[in-house]
Design a protein around this ligand. Structure first.
Ligand code: NAP
Ligand code: GLV
Length: 312
């Protein structure tokens, strides 16, 4: 039996899609009449504290999110394997977001928007894409997809990961010891890391000061489409104000929704989106997780299982 336990999304829509996909295999929601001991799979997003109570027969926890940082902090998380969402369409959505923001900053929309507001005709020529270095933090499923599409657009792509990588057309760096080298030639820094103790607060003033200056005229740029826990927002405000950064695009925040009194709202060189860079959708999500359930029931191993020690 599969139990859905979703907050802040349309659970009914997911339940209907699962029932259609899983046929005879029972699908239940909170409030339905079922014995918790019969639940083999629980599909979760922002589970409540009692989400796992009584689930003694659990075979896997299925995470609607690609990121599992919040789930791993759940006080009553059972010992079952956690399968996270990995999907081509999710990657495509994220890459769409990254490409849109990289190209916008590369062509200095911030500056031309300000000039337009001031009715000012100030000619200025941004560097060509191949002379603009985009550094991607996180070379996993999403980071590699973004790297591939940015390379195809002729940007010079660099990447940083925990373990060493070799990716055609991407200058690869790894580990804390190569972080400064990675930053030193990066003009646009894209964050696609998971949130772990090692990556918490990584977008701070010290990091911003190490980025390359001189290619993007108003200063280097950051794009965070990963997790708000990566960023020190007071540092971002200071850096966007004193010129350490030329601009930022932020899809995620220390506190979501972003509080009304956050100074980020008022900064012309800060682009804010409400955690929408890549949203798991019922069509592809149900297809993926139904396959996971059917495969495991047929004796095949689980895929995309989270490594709890690494934290992602
Ligand atoms: P992934 O496949 O697990 O990739 C994570 C990458 O980060 C890997 O390359 C990993 O290195 C690297 N990494 C982890 N810890 C590191 C460290 N301490 N130092 C350097 N590199 C480190 O994850 P993904 O599927 O690409 O997703 C990335 C994140 O995007 C998710 O965790 C989630 O938080 C976020 N996300 C956001 C949205 C949104 O709408 N805003 C949507 C989906 C996902 P190794 O390759 O060496 O392991
Ligand atoms: C969204 O933020 C996700 O982790 O899928």
């Amino acid at each position: 039996m599969l139990l859905l336990h979703l907050s802040d999304v349309d659970e009914n829509r997911w339940a209907n899609a699962y029932r259609e996909a899983l046929g005879d295999y029972p699908v239940v929601r909170r409030g339905d009449d079922f014995d918790p001991a019969d639940i083999e799979y629980i599909f979760v997003w922002k589970p409540k504290p009692d989400a796992f109570d009584g689930l003694t027969g659990l075979k896997a926890v299925l995470s609607l999110g690609a990121g599992v940082d919040a789930l791993l902090k759940h006080p009553n998380l059972p010992d079952a394997p956690i399968v996270r969402f990995v999907d081509d369409q999710l990657s495509q959505q994220m890459t769409d977001y990254v490409v849109a923001h990289v190209t916008m900053h590369h062509r200095r929309f911030t500056r031309f928007a300000a000039d337009q507001k001031a009715r000012a005709w100030r000619q200025f020529y941004p560097p060509i894409s191949s002379e603009t270095n985009v550094g991607i933090m996180g070379l996993g499923v999403l980071g590699q997809d973004a790297a591939r599409r940015l390379s195809a657009l002729d940007f010079t792509v660099r990447g940083w990961s925990r373990s060493p990588k070799s990716i055609e057309g991407v200058a690869c760096f790894s580990g804390p010891e190569q972080f400064d080298d990675f930053l030193s030639e990066t003009d646009i820094l894209v964050d696609l890391l998971p949130l772990t103790p090692d990556t918490t607060g990584i977008l701070n003033m010290d990091t911003f000061r190490k980025l390359r200056r001189g290619v993007l005229e108003d200063g280097p740029v950051i794009i965070n489409a990963a997790r708000g826990g990566h960023q020190r927002e007071a540092d971002i405000v200071a850096a966007l104000t004193d010129g350490t950064l030329g601009a930022a695009s932020l899809d995620v925040f220390e506190v979501e929704p972003l509080p009304q009194d956050s100074p980020l709202w008022a900064l012309d060189n800060c682009f804010i989106t409400p955690h929408i860079a890549a949203i798991s959708n019922p069509k592809t999500g149900v297809r993926y997780f139904s396959q996971v359930v059917n495969d495991q029931r047929a004796g095949k191993p689980l895929i995309n299982v989270v490594d709890r020690d690494r934290g992602y």
